[in-house]
Design a binder for this molecule. Structure first.
Ligand code: EAX
Length: 330
């Protein structure tokens, strides 16, 4: 066989290229990765790229099956499954991860980041790495910060143009106390729930509103049940590609290095995809019938000031030194 393959390689030619590669191994490790969002969202697009890279770099010895759209549960449930060893990878929002490690909540402090690039610098820099270093204590391994993006408010009742427009809106928030306090602090009634329950809640008017980047609004088809989108850009949301420590501990050191390198490359691809789609989808959502209004800079400043008491409450909870470190990194 080896001789035949060498001969085929010697003859060259693209069509024979496959003959030059070592035969793919039988998978000896079949990992599973769960995402909370549909195929069209960069979270799942990034997950599939990560899976491709791991299989290619281990020559098929390690495979990662991707289960999208909360097929294996919500962000919160899948993160617990990693800790219990029944799931291997997932990529929750830092907001829901904050239920496990409070410090991750700092990423969602309102009106903190001025741009995606600034978020990259903070999250890839010493501050972000200090957050990832806290994960092993909760049986989790952080492999990179993925992007969800800047969050805007959608609702079925009216354009949000001023802080007063929040009054009386029943708004779904992520399962995260900072977000609950933010929207109660703006005069809405916050209703925390997992993202995979949200479309039905909007459709049945159990809630009037929700807040997410354009990519989530598009991937979840919220444009079918939300008339208005207002560009509050009130918080930047990152997701963390996680491995469960029970899975990670079973890997050989060389495989951990291969997976870590694949995660880094997938992270850069995932962020690029998120930025491209968040840039394109505003127009797509308008074409789908959403009425999009730009919230003015003075009104966003009024929102930021209205949220100052919430920021101070969480600065005290997170620890002033952690928030000072975050602010210094910005
Ligand atoms: O983690 O729950 C949410 O609204 C998040 O934006 C989404 O699931 C990505």
């Amino acid at each position: 066989t080896f001789t035949r393959r060498m001969l085929a390689c010697a003859l060259g030619g693209a069509g024979l290229l496959a003959a030059c590669l070592p035969a793919a191994s039988e998978p000896s490790i079949r990992a599973r990765l769960g995402t909370s969002l549909p195929d069209a969202h960069p979270q799942t697009i990034g997950a599939r790229r990560f899976a491709e890279l791991v299989a290619a770099r281990t020559n098929g010895r390690i495979t990662v099956a991707v289960y999208a759209n909360a097929a294996l549960g919500s962000d919160v449930q899948m993160t617990s499954a990693l800790q219990g060893g029944t799931l291997d990878f997932t990529a929750p929002s830092t907001a829901t991860l904050a239920n496990q490690i409070k410090a991750f909540g700092v990423v969602g402090l309102p009106f903190s980041f001025a741009s995606e690039r600034q978020a990259d610098a903070v999250l890839d820099g010493p501050f972000g790495q200090s957050l990832l270093a806290r994960l092993p204590e909760r049986k989790l391994v952080g492999l990179g910060f993925w992007e969800n993006g800047f969050r805007n408010v959608t609702n079925s009742r009216r354009p949000i143009e001023t802080v007063a427009d929040f009054r009386g809106l029943k708004i779904r928030t992520m399962q995260n106390n900072l977000y609950i306090d933010m929207f109660n602090g703006l005069g809405s009634n916050a209703v925390p729930m997992a993202v995979n329950e949200l479309f039905t809640a909007l459709e049945t008017k159990a809630v009037d509103a929700q807040e997410n980047p354009y990519t989530v609004v598009h991937a979840q088809k919220f444009y079918d049940v939300q008339k208005y989108l207002s560009t509050t850009g009130h918080a930047y949301d990152a997701q963390v590609l996680l491995a469960g420590q029970p899975f990670w501990n079973r890997l050989a050191e060389a495989d951990r290095a291969t997976i870590t390198a694949a995660a880094r490359e997938a992270t850069l691809f995932q962020r690029e995809t998120s930025r491209r789609l968040n840039g394109e989808l505003r127009e797509t959502l308008a074409r789908e019938g959403m009425r999009i209004n730009d919230v003015s800079a003075p009104e966003r400043e009024r929102m930021r000031r209205a949220l100052q008491p919430v920021r101070e409450k969480y600065a005290a909870q997170f620890g002033p030194e952690l928030v000072a470190g975050f602010d210094a990194a910005l």
